[in-house]
Design a protein around this ligand. Structure first.
Ligand code: MOS
Length: 736
């Protein structure tokens, strides 16, 4: 089914199941520990051995020799895989990184060997006996130092154009009566998902099955085929449950390659997981950005010039962090300029992490907007509203399909009690605590992409949905079930959802906030087919058939849905594809974040007191799941504001704090109160589901709202994330 005209009325508009806060279908499995993750297929894949990855101990150079004798003679060892005996390996398509080093080493903890043994402990013990001789080379690890060598990158797969110019930015900025020119930095960050990367691989002849933990199985099949040089048809990936990804499990990483190579070498299934301390330097991360923002405005608050330049670094062939994306479309302004630059760094690969580009970009832009509002002496909510635009400022002929940014800001301000804000910073006290509030806009693209599904009706009236869509903790199982239930006119209890198997019809996968809208649209298309089959079985005209309460009705005829499958199961299978609507319309999601913080007047300790998000993301398929996405993302935003930083050792060239003790993220005690308002909306330009994603929107802007609240509380502006004591304590006017 091709979607190329805005959707009209369709069965999903009934919203008897869709739009309801259904509980997670797979919730009981997860809470009872029976949902199986990639490393847990013990009975299904018997006789497995363990692989243990040895990470490079240098960040750049060459492996001279790997002394293996001691390891080989260690108890239980079955094989040692290195580049020398692994056979030819190519890079995948999505990640630039090579999944096995040798002879060259591209970054610290890049896999140099996999030791395979009967038990995990034996593999680990033998791995510690491998002796690797390296020839070190000097690497580059410091983005500041490499800024001058950075070049304008080629347009990347998700980066958009590296440079955009509208009007005369320099001229307009020079002549603007009020202006801001500031630089902000966002450090390297890690996804820090709960479930480590893990894979169990099994070969049967030339057929490879891999139980793994990745977000896009279709990318995974493509990339693994590329890396190993085998046919896509010979690969099956299974990923039923994923313990978080945040973009860090997009496709094939070293665990899957190591497991596949090991299993081939020993002729048995092999399991590999990345120990937590290996993950941060072996896999990908959100790369650091240095961002310069300039805004020029008239005294009435009208932006006349706006520019955003961002520098990031990556391994050779790696992509740029497109931090300018939101600035290109969020606010009006006749004269505009954005520019991305990319330097070569010899750290682990930088790649997608939740709202890539937009999250770090908005961490900068939304502080800049706060600073500019203060210069203009205009309320920061008002300043944002004043510069709203209903069309793409870079392409005025392209309207936003729906954009309720102003309504989000107004609704949020009202609910949050924004009018009680003291615009003079550092003046509001509650005992020993300084109180501040902050606001930020949120914006995140609403991409949608082709996705297929198969639905099967059986004689008992049970409908089984199959698609290789993944659920990374987001609620895919549930919203896909709701879609099938709504389309076929049955309750959710009649639906079985099977996901995460590449032998099922190819879906969008989970990424870029496109999963919910895309995968449910594929299920919609498959259900349209099944409805046709059912109608045919009863001799009805499908356009007149009404599916509800397990019945199919037309005129005064009525049939039980299950009767259509009395003789044999009925199957509907289809794919939703897309025409040009996303070119005609700017399709985005919007929101507003409000945060109150308390900063201890003596110690400078920051406590977030309450958070409110208002989100506008098309039709909300399941408000409970959507709220969970929002509050999880808001929590991540607090981490970005106050804690998260991969600290670079600039001499050796690696992330020092490569475990969950050193890489801090918020815990429950850090997040006392969160509220979410989901705006009523439906966007017919997206798909028949009229929905958009929300999982990344929730993160964008949060950190800036926290930063702005800290400024409002203390009067100290920190432009370098995370906002840690060393950056503001000495500047606070403390009452001592
Ligand atoms: Mo997302 S960072 O594209 O999973």
């Amino acid at each position: 089914m091709k979607f190329d005209k805005p959707a009209g009325a369709n069965p999903t508009d009934r919203q008897q199941v869709i739009g309801k806060p259904a509980d997670r279908i797979e919730g009981p499995l997860k809470t009872t520990g029976t949902a199986k993750y990639a490393y847990e297929f013990n009975e299904e894949v018997p006789n497995y051995a363990y692989g243990y990855i040895v990470g490079a101990a240098i960040s750049k150079g060459r492996i001279a020799e790997i002394h293996q004798l001691k390891a080989k003679n260690s108890p239980g060892v079955l094989a040692i895989i290195t580049a020398a005996n692994a056979g030819p390996l190519q890079p995948g398509k999505f990640y630039a990184d090579r999944m096995l080093a040798g002879p060259n080493v591209d970054h610290y903890h890049q896999a140099v060997a996999v030791v395979v043994a009967e038990t995990f402990e034996q593999a680990r013990a033998a791995a510690s006996l491998l002796q690797v001789d390296y020839v070190k080379e000097k690497g580059s690890f410091d983005l500041e130092a490499e800024m001058d060598s950075a070049i304008t990158p080629k347009p990347g797969e998700f980066g958009g154009p590296p440079q955009t110019i509208v009007g005369d930015f320099e001229g307009a900025f020079a002549s603007a009566p009020l202006k801001l020119d500031q630089t902000y930095t966002v450090p390297d960050q890690s996804h820090a998902m709960m479930e480590p990367h893990a894979a169990t691989a099994r070969w049967e002849g030339d057929k490879l099955t891999c139980w793994c933990s990745i977000q896009q199985l279709n990318w995974g099949v493509r990339d693994l085929a590329n890396i190993l040089g085998i046919q896509k048809e010979n690969i099956r990936l299974i990923s039923h449950y994923i313990g978080g990804g945040f973009g860090g499990k997009g496709t094939v990483l070293s665990d899957i390659v190591a497991a596949s190579l090991s299993a081939r070498a020993v002729g048995r299934p092999v399991k590999v997981t990345l120990p937590r301390p290996l993950i941060f330097n072996n896999t990908t991360h959100r790369p650091k950005t240095i961002q310069r923002i300039r805004i020029g405005a008239n005294p009435d608050g009208t932006i006349t010039a706006i520019s955003h330049e961002s520098w990031s670094g990556n391994i050779r062939g790696g992509r740029t962090e497109a931090a300018t994306a939101s600035t290109r479309l969020l606010y009006a302004g006749a004269n505009r300029m954005t520019h991305l630059r990319l330097a070569v760094l010899d750290l682990a690969e930088g790649n997608a992490m939740r709202a890539p580009g937009e999250a770090p970009g908005m961490m900068a832009l939304e502080i800049a907007m706060d600073e500019m509002a203060e210069k203009l002496n205009i309320d920061p909510v008002e300043f944002r509203i004043k510069n709203d635009t209903q069309f793409d400022p870079e392409k005025p002929e392209r309207p936003f399909s729906t954009r309720l940014l102003v309504q989000c800001l107004k609704t949020g301000a009202e609910r949050f009690g924004w009018k009680h804000r003291n615009s003079a910073p550092g003046e509001r006290r509650d005992g020993q605590w300084l109180i501040g509030v902050g606001v930020a806009s949120a914006v995140r693209g609403a991409p949608i992409t082709k996705s297929a599904a198969r639905v099967r009706l059986d004689r008992n009236g049970i409908i089984t949905v199959e698609t290789d869509m993944t659920d990374i903790g987001t609620g895919s199982y549930t919203i896909i079930g709701q879609t099938a239930a709504e389309m076929m006119g049955v309750g959710l209890d009649r639906i079985v959802v099977k996901l995460g198997d590449s032998s099922f019809p190819e879906s969008s996968g989970s990424g870029g906030q496109w999963g919910a809208a895309s995968s449910t649209s594929g299920v919609y298309a498959a259900c349209v087919k099944l409805r046709e089959r059912v109608a045919l079985a009863f001799g009805l005209n499908v356009s007149q058939a009404e599916f509800s309460s397990g019945q199919v009705r037309s005129g005064n005829q009525s049939f039980s849905l299950s009767d259509a499958a009395k003789k044999a199961d009925l199957v509907g299978e289809d794919e939703m594809t897309y025409g040009e609507l996303s070119k005609q319309y700017a399709q985005d999601t919007f929101g507003a974040h409000f945060v109150e913080v308390a900063v201890h007047a003596y110690t400078g300790e920051i406590r977030v007191r309450r958070m409110l998000a208002v989100a506008h993301a098309g039709r909300i398929l399941n408000p409970k799941a959507a709220r969970s996405q929002m509050i999880g993302a808001m929590t991540m935003g607090v981490g970005a504001a106050l804690m998260e930083e991969l600290v670079v050792d600039k001499k050796i060239g690696f992330f020092v704090n490569h475990d969950l003790a050193g890489y801090e993220v918020p815990v429950h005690a850090d997040i006392p109160h969160q509220e979410v308002i989901l705006m009523e909306d439906s966007d017919p330009t997206m798909s028949p589901m009229k929905a958009k994603g929300i999982g990344e929107l929730g993160l964008v802007g949060v950190a800036a709202a926290v930063a702005n609240a800290v400024y409002n509380a203390t009067g100290v502006r920190v432009r370098e994330y995370p906002i840690t004591l060393d950056k503001y304590l000495s500047k606070m006017k403390r009452p001592i």
